[in-house]
Every structure is written in C-alpha cells, then in structure tokens.
Design a protein around this ligand. Structure first.
Ligand SMILES: C[S@@+](CC[C@H](N)C(=O)[O-])C[C@H]1O[C@@H](n2cnc3c(N)ncnc32)[C@H](O)[C@@H]1O
Length: 371
C-alpha cells in the first residue's frame, strides 16, 4: 500500500515517524501503522491478555498499565530525538455504544479521553491520532478534546469513515481524528488507495470447513462456538443475508414474537458470501449475537474468520503455542480492535502529510469539519 501511495504522490518519507499507542489492545492499530512504515515503539494497555498478541506480532514493547497512571516521562524515552512523534490512542468505546443509552458525563471511561488529552499536553507530540465510535462526535467530551488540541497549536481534522470503502470486508463506521503541529492534515480518501470492496467469500472462503463447536487442528484460532439443538435447527433454517423472519414459527424466540421484539432483525442471521460482513463486535463468535452465522456452514463464524474480517493477517497469533484459546476473551479482543487496514490507512495518511510538510509550522490550529 505504501508503494502505491508513494507512486501516486511522489512522496519519499525522509523523516521517520515514531509512535506510542495508548489503549493498544492486541495491536490492530499498531500493526497497521507499522505496515504503513511508522515505527511504533510502545503499546500501553491495562489488560494482561493483550500482551502476548501485541508483542508476538509487532516490533514494539508492551507496558501493562492504566493510562490514568501513565507519566509523560515513561513515554518520552520511547521517542527518538530527531524523529517525528506520533501519539495514537483509542480510548475504550463501550461508553459511546449505540446500545448504552445510560452513559453520562460522569462515566469513568470518558475520563480516559481526558487522560489522553493530558498526555498530549505533557508530551506535545508532533502528531496525534484517535479512533473511536461515531457517536463520540456528539459528546461534549469530544468537543473539549478537539478544543484542547487546537488551543495548543494543532491543526485538527476528523471524519467518520466506513471501513468497507477502504477495501475492508466489513461494514464498520468509525470516527478517525488526525491532528498535527506541522500543518493541515487529512485522512487519505478511498480513491487514494484504489481498493475495491471485498466480500466475505474473498477473505474467508478458503478456510477449512468446521462443524459447530469444532476446532481446526492446524490453527486453534479457527474454532467456533457450539450450538444448542434449537440454534442448530435455527441456523439450518437461515438463508444468507436473511433474518429469523424466514424461520418456521416454532423456531422463533418468544421475545421476537412480542411486538417490542419484532424490530430486532439483526440477530440470528447468516452472512452473505458476496457482500461485506457486518461490524465485528466483541460477541461476533455467537450465532445469536448478530448476523454472525457462516454463509453456508451451520455454525457461527470462527475466531480466525472474525480476525481476518477485522483485516488481521491470517497468521496473527493471539495465544501462546499450546495454550488453550478462551473464546470469550480472544473474541472480545478481536472485536475491540481497530481493523489493521484502517491502521494502515491512518499510517499512510500520516506519512503522506509528513512528506508534504517538511518544515515545522507554528501557525495556530485549524479544524476541518467532518464530511
Ligand atoms: C477499543 S480497545 C483498543 C483496540 C486497539 N487500539 C487495537 O487496535 O487493537 C480499548 C482498549 O483499552 C484498554 N483499556 C481500558 N481501560 C484502560 C486504561 N485505564 N488504561 C489502559 N488501557 C485501558 C482495554 O483493555 C482495550 O484493550
């Protein structure tokens, strides 16, 4: 992808960009940034389950720590003196989820975005990037975050993107913010990448078949949830892209028969081979949790299939060799991740920006509104 972009813009990335990734998870964003050519030096996360996948797949150190307790000094030593400094962060998004209407300003998780802001102020990196769920844009905490960046001289640009437009096999809308002290910055557009939309078939069509509850001998991550007898009958009655409305009445859940449950169509569905997948959530490995049924096999998609739909490389390691895979934990980590390819788009955008703005600018920050 980087070569393609260099060819288009004539850019040669002379100044190296060093990054620290806050709330790094299993490394979706880090992996994408590294693929684009950014040297991610450190990832910070509070969850010990992230350490193995983060370090096994990425050339970066992992710090197990709450960002709340993170001192600027601990981060500063990971940057290089003559390099460009990028602070990347993806504060947990659960608070802003469509399904959580009760979140208030006092919710502790919003506090983490303020902690990110604190570290930006203390470290004064040249560049900042943040990814989150689109609804964050409506929250005061986001407005305050943008204002705090502009107040200390960053040009800020943010927009909501659909990952499918960038050639990812998934409908996933995300808010991406970029901020720079070097001048105006923006996310490259899908046409800069010349990517075609990808289908479920293209990315998981050649994986070995599985039965519900089975695990692949060669790749333990290619394992899927067991199904109860009724759910097995339900998936057999499901057609790709359809809903539970296609089932005979005796299979329909009582809650869906009620008036209030009729609108919940996005559960118990099969994916379509020829379309992109729905958004991978932290529960994507469960047939009843969304449209996560395999297009033709009678089972939910496997952890590996979910990871590939999230654009992780097919050999990305999530558990140490020989260790058993905890579906609930690994599924959550995969569903929470920034798709690797979105990380690559962000990284390529940062590098294209750096190559076009060789000199430091001390101009006051400017914001580009979302499109
Ligand atoms: C949306 S996920 C980040 C995904 C990650 N950027 C990736 O691409 O894989 C949010 C992460 O924040 C972590 N987290 C939650 N609270 C935290 C805290 N106080 N300090 C550090 N990490 C925290 C979670 O463990 C989770 O891995």
């Amino acid at each position: 992808m980087r070569k393609k972009l260099q060819a288009r813009s004539g850019a040669t990335y002379r100044r190296k960009v060093y990054a620290v990734d806050l709330f790094c998870g299993v490394g979706g964003l880090t992996n994408g940034l590294q693929r684009a050519g950014i040297d991610v030096r450190l990832g910070v996360d509070i969850d010990p389950a992230c350490e193995f996948p983060y370090t096994a797949n990425n050339e970066a150190k992992f710090l197990l720590k709450s960002v709340e307790d993170l001192e600027a000094e601990e981060v500063r030593s990971f940057y290089r003196k003559n390099g460009i400094k990028l602070l990347a962060g993806c504060a947990p998004c659960q608070t802003f989820s469509m399904y959580n209407q009760k979140a208030t300003d006092s919710d502790k998780r919003w506090w983490l975005l303020r902690q990110f802001s604190r570290l930006v102020e203390e470290l004064s990196p040249d560049l900042v990037t943040m990814e989150n769920v689109p609804r964050l844009i409506e929250q005061n905490v986001f407005k305050e975050f943008v204002e705090s960046l502009e107040a200390v001289g960053y040009s800020v640009n943010y927009r909501i993107v659909n990952c499918a437009d960038y050639g990812m096999p998934q409908q996933r809308n995300r808010l991406v913010l970029l901020a720079s002290k070097l001048g105006p910055i923006e996310l490259l557009s899908p046409s800069d990448f010349g990517e075609k939309p990808r289908t479920v078939r293209e990315v998981i069509g050649s994986l070995p078949p599985l039965s519900a509850g089975e695990s692949c001998e060669k790749d333990p991550l290619h394992q899927c949830s067991a199904l109860s007898e009724i759910n097995l009958r339900r998936i057999k009655a499901s057609r790709p892209g359809g809903t539970w409305r296609d089932w005979p009445n005796e299979l329909v859940a009582d809650c869906h028969k009620k008036k209030s449950g009729k609108s919940y169509q996005s559960v118990y569905g099969r994916m379509s081979w020829e379309k992109s997948a729905p958004t991978m959530t932290t529960q994507f490995f469960g047939f009843g949790n969304g449209r996560f049924g395999h297009p033709e096999q009678d089972r939910a998609i496997s952890l590996r299939e979910g990871a590939i739909i999230q654009s992780f490389p097919p050999n990305y390691a999530f558990t140490p060799p020989g260790e058993s895979v905890c579906q609930k934990v690994i599924g959550r980590l995969i569903g929470n991740a920034v798709p690797v390819k979105l990380g690559e788009v962000i990284g390529a955008s940062v590098l294209a920006h750096v190559s076009r703005t060789p000199k430091r600018s001390s101009k006051a920050g400017r914001r580009s509104r979302p499109q």
